[in-house]
Write a protein that binds this ligand. Structure first.
Ligand code: CAA
Length: 379
């Protein structure tokens, strides 16, 4: 077993850290406060190759491995998870499915611009009445011969407004239940699509999250990803990789909060000494460090399995569950260590705590991860 990163992986981590500190940190508080989409920052993410880092070089991606992805996601999420979620959804939930199951024509048309970061993708699975219970899709894609006619509403869509390409899960044969679901590549500017208002969220306020309505939207048959009825499996497989991204995001939120708390505890004095010399604070920091290290191992293990071409669904569910729970605990303690300062925006930890909450919810709640893990144990 090798615990060393390669030189290339370290270079990617350093580039992500540098980008986050220089280009994301200034303005992160204001973007959060105003719920302002990070347009310029996403362009820079594209320039640096992070938006399509997992896509192969032949399709204009970065050809990087999943370990590097974990490292980059951690560094970016230490500062701005509204940016890292855009990167995670584009790489793992959208580009991955097109690269793995798309036709050559779909890859040329849809994958290449997204891998270059010129266009952004969104993954449209959730619906008002199909969140955790994802097989209960109500959006329909009626087979009209040469095209599908799509009707329905999708909810909580990350990149809903900014995306040019949607992967839409829709039901073509309701009698077949999940086996009747198709995954369709849809141009977000197609006639009949209405994007709802930007949700006013508790955390990750700068990423755009909207509902998307489909009213008789014509989607050419050649835009179906994979075989007829493969849509639900494609969604589930995409989420296996997506959960590595969100686990790494949660890891970054936790380690960002921990670094701030450690620094504060070394500077802030109370009762005649730096507060880190009070055992109550030192033990909190020790617990935080242990849990972060464990979460990091979970993320890297899942990434390593994926890079080796081995099954990684169980490992990614474990990583997401553990890292999200760690992010919530660690950020709460980081606010506590900062005392009153932790409760105001300038010190960043309150934002990290709000952001952490979403990692326990999206791409499968912590409870859904336990379903996936426990079913795997029975298998
Ligand atoms: N890979 C391939 N196939 C899979 C799979 C996987 N990982 N997981 C399940 N399947 C298949 C099953 O084998 C089954 O197919 P067969 O009948 O042919 O065997 C089919 O899918 C249905 O599976 P289940 O019977 O297990 O379905 P279920 O209804 O009991 O529940 C679930 C499955 C795991 C709970 C699933 O519904 C789930 O993951 N829910 C959470 C959805 C989710 O994560 N949503 C997040 C939205 S995306 C988002 O947040 C993105 C964003 O914008 C940030």
């Amino acid at each position: 077993m090798n615990f060393e990163f390669t030189e290339e992986q370290l270079m990617i981590r350093d580039a992500a850290r540098d980008f986050a500190q220089r280009e994301l940190l200034p303005g992160v508080i204001e973007r959060d406060e105003k719920s302002e989409y990070p347009t310029e920052q996403v362009k820079r993410l594209a320039d640096l190759g992070f938006l399509g880092m997992l896509v192969g070089l032949e399709y204009d991606g970065g050809g990087m491995d999943t370990i590097s992805y974990v490292l980059a996601m951690e560094e970016i999420s230490k500062v701005d998870s509204s940016v890292s979620v855009i990167m995670s959804v584009n790489n793992s939930l959208v580009c991955w499915g097109v690269e793995k199951y798309g036709t050559e024509a779909q890859k040329q048309k849809f994958l290449k611009p997204m891998a270059r970061g010129e266009k952004i993708g969104a993954f449209l699975l959730s619906e008002p009445e199909a969140g955790s219970d994802a097989t209960s899709q109500r959006t329909t894609a009626v087979d009209m011969g040469d095209h599908y006619l799509v009707n329905g509403t999708k909810n909580w869509i990350t990149n809903g407004k900014s995306a040019s390409t949607y992967i839409v899960m829709a039901q073509t044969h309701p009698e077949l239940k999940h086996k009747g679901i198709n995954a369709l590549l849809v141009d977000s500017k197609s006639e009949g699509i209405t994007v709802g208002l930007h949700e006013n969220k508790m955390g990750m306020r700068a990423s755009d999250t909207c509902s998307v309505m489909f009213n008789n939207v014509k989607v050419p048959k050649e835009n179906r990803l994979g075989e007829e009825g493969f849509g639900f499996k494609l969604a589930m497989q995409s989420l296996e990789g997506g959960r590595i991204g969100i686990a790494s995001q949660a890891l970054g939120i936790a380690s960002g909060a921990y670094e701030l708390a450690l620094k504060y505890a070394q500077e802030r004095k109370a009762f005649g000494k730096e507060i880190i010399h009070h055992q109550a604070i030192a033990f909190k920091l020790a617990d935080m460090a242990v849990e972060i290290e464990a979460a990091r191992f979970f993320c890297l293990k899942a990434a390593w399995l994926k890079d080796q071409g081995k099954p990684y669904g169980q490992a990614s569910a474990m990583a997401k569950l553990y890292a999200a729970e760690t992010a919530m605990k660690v950020t709460t303690e980081a606010v506590q260590i900062h005392g009153g300062y932790g409760y105001v925006k300038e010190y960043h930890v309150e934002r990290l705590m709000r952001d952490a909450k979403l990692t326990q919810i999206y791409e499968g709640t912590s409870e859904i991860q336990k379903i996936v893990i426990s079913r795997g144990l029975m298998d």
